[in-house]
Write a protein that binds this ligand. Sequence first.
Ligand code: SAH
Ligand code: SF4
Ligand code: F3S
Length: 432
Amino acid sequence: MPKKLFVKTYGCQMNVHDGERMAELLAGQGYEVTEQAEEADMVLLNTCHIREKAAEKVYSDIGRLRPLRAAKPDLRIAVAGCVAQAEGEEIIARAPMVDLVVGPQSYHNLPKLLRRMDAGEKVVETEFPAEDKFAHLPARRLRTPTAFLTVQEGCDKFCAFCVVPYTRGAEVSRPAERILSEARALVAQGVREITLLGQNVNAWHGAEGGLATLVRELAAIEGLDRIRYTTSHPNDMDDALIAAHGAEPKLMPFLHLPVQSGSDRILKAMNRKHKAEDYLHLIERLRRARPDLLLSSDFIVGFPGETEADFQATIDLVEAVRFGSAYSFAYSPRPGTPAAERPGVAAAEAHDRLLRLQAVITRQQQEAQASMVGRVLPVLFEKPGRMDGQMTGKSEHLMAVSVTGPAELRGQVRAVRITGALTNSLAGELAA
Ligand code: SAH
Ligand code: SF4
Ligand code: F3S
């Protein structure tokens, strides 16, 4: 009988992807994934440390496992991800039920760590080993038309609010050959869209010419239709990559490019090393290369020292760019980061700014969605929709599109006439 593994992932796409890879690795150790925590032999919490709420949620979730452990004393509880990296042994001190703590750079060691855990040891592994954690993982067996592919991990930027340089370590780029052979293997399994992942993906330097070269080499793979990459930093958007958006039709016209604030004073305090105007200029150049490029971003409001005027500058930037979507967060002080020492903005004020910013972003998102109505768009179908007989997929601009159609649409790119728009999805019908 295979043992059952329940995985819960918090946080970013990198973490989601890591979670999938850990499940694949553990399949080789006799674990089969279950969607029901109740029937699990091991619960793996794949955690995120980016904001306090996300980090604290782990402890309440561990607490909720208590009755399961009482019913099944053999139940193993493992904590992976960025909280594991940041808190290490403290996790077991605070939650003694936890059997294994493993940081993101040590996942390839899981088989070894599990053996120690099964021998009754409380295991904590938060080293940053020199080897590529993806080099020793089993080959992937994907049954989806879209896939993530990690090309870069870690960050050297040290924005004043952010834990990522501490939890994921220094920037490391995977070599081009490994990425290309993984991509070819994915395409051979039916993958048609690859999203390159990295905390600073456009800082990738695994070959001469940077990410633009990698994109060009990936685009030469027959059967691969779509290439995306995320998340980028404005300062690493080089000329070649901007040009690639105009020259490479497989590179999709959607770019997530976090700016965080529209106030130069706050950008400086955040250690972002760019001004609002630099960002606007960059967007202008990107749009010159690819006029239909849709942009998305991340914003933090209520950063220490942010005044109403600073916040207004953020609203002005949002109005100037017109985003297709964006994430926004109230600043959360994180232990060990420089900004955590600074006097903060009152929580009520930050919350009020967040609501005001989100109202503007939601309006822009609705406008972007509405602008698609009446057009015929290529859609890559991924899975059944919410209603019976529906299939859903993504447009080139990364908008969800649902149509009435057969399951065979999965994995196909088909022309869809867009008939209606909601805030988060489009409705359409197959166009011939
Ligand atoms: N590498 C990306 C983002 C990583 S974290 C970049 O360069 O922007 C994802 C987002 O979480 C960030 O863009 C930021 O908007 C938000 N974030 C990070 N630290 C935060 C904090 N301490 N409080 C609130 N939001 C935060
Ligand atoms: Fe965090 Fe800044 Fe690095 Fe992004 S660039 S991961 S926000 S430190
Ligand atoms: Fe969270 Fe770590 Fe990703 S802190 S956002 S899971 S890199």
